[in-house]
Design a protein around this ligand. Structure first.
Ligand code: ZN
Length: 283
């Protein structure tokens, strides 16, 4: 499932072919994905110019010159493909249409953007740009982890008195937006905090340390995504997933990467999701 760095990578990949360009045709091949598409989506998009592509949590927002914004969520398996770009950035021919190509945008610069999503947990919606923050998917989410509002004081306040494991608290989108399973595991490893520790029982100093660690973990992944974008220009035109080296995620039974630590990485299941950690380094 794409997490924040993957979504940011998709946004950065789409930006040169979408920002400032007009959607000449929006082909919508089915009535819904996870939810029904908004009424007349194709007609409301056709002819509009994309002023800006931004990201909020794991959502991409395309602000249009009509005063509406298009919200895009990749869901579990959504991917974006770019083809036929005349700017010379992405030199890919338009591929033959595939079974799960649900929405296709043709841009006036010649680029075609195809949203393919086999599991159909993705979503698209249209809303007035002015009130986009009030959209049901966006209204209740907390501060962006890479933004200024995600401060040490914010996190200390948000975890104070909480009886839940810190892992669950960091996955709570109201506390911090867009943080998912992988990067929570990685951040807790780097902070030396056990995922099972109760959120309210961690010294404030250690909670404060988590803030720059979370930012670093995400920034490094976004950087890895950036390198993947450079490769992708010569590859198959698909955006969204990239190889990244993790310290604990997916490394059950392998040796901990901390120098001098002999501990194996362990995996436990918390709220139905795997937590990877080192029992020696994380307390
Ligand atoms: Zn260790």
């Amino acid at each position: 499932m794409p997490e924040l760095p993957e979504v940011e990578t998709v946004r950065r990949g789409l930006s040169p072919v979408m920002e400032g360009a007009r959607i000449t045709r929006a082909q919508v091949n089915r009535p819904d994905l996870r939810w029904p598409f908004p009424p007349d989506m194709s007609a409301r998009l056709a002819g509009t110019r994309v002023e800006r592509l931004r990201r909020r949590s794991k959502y991409i927002l395309a602000d249009l010159d009509t005063g509406e914004s298009l919200l895009i969520h990749l869901g579990m398996s959504g991917r974006m493909l770019i083809s036929g770009d005349p700017l010379g950035i992405f030199a890919h021919e338009h591929p033959a249409a595939e079974k799960h190509d649900h929405v296709v945008f043709d841009m006036d610069n010649g680029a075609r953007i195809t949203f393919n999503d086999p599991r159909r947990f993705g979503a698209m919606d249209l809303m007035p740009t002015a009130t986009a923050d009030l959209h049901p998917l966006l209204a209740k989410i907390g501060p962006e982890p890479l933004g200024n509002q995600f401060s040490e004081n914010h996190l200390i306040g948000a975890l104070r008195g909480r009886n839940m494991p810190v892992k669950s608290a960091l996955l709570d989108q109201k506390i911090v937006a867009g943080l998912g399973n992988i990067y929570v595991c990685e951040a807790l490893f780097r902070a030396g905090i056990s995922p099972m520790r109760k959120a309210g029982r961690i010294a404030e100093k250690r909670v404060a340390r988590l803030v720059p660690i979370i930012r670093d973990v995400l920034s490094e992944a976004i950087e890895a995504g950036g390198s993947s974008l450079r490769d992708f220009r010569q590859a198959d035109g698909e955006l969204g997933y990239f190889q990244h080296r993790f310290d604990v995620y997916g490394r059950e039974g392998l040796k901990c990467r901390t120098e001098g630590c002999e501990g194996p990485v362990k995996r436990i299941v918390q709220s139905g999701r795997s937590s990877f950690f080192c029992g020696q380094c994380q307390r």
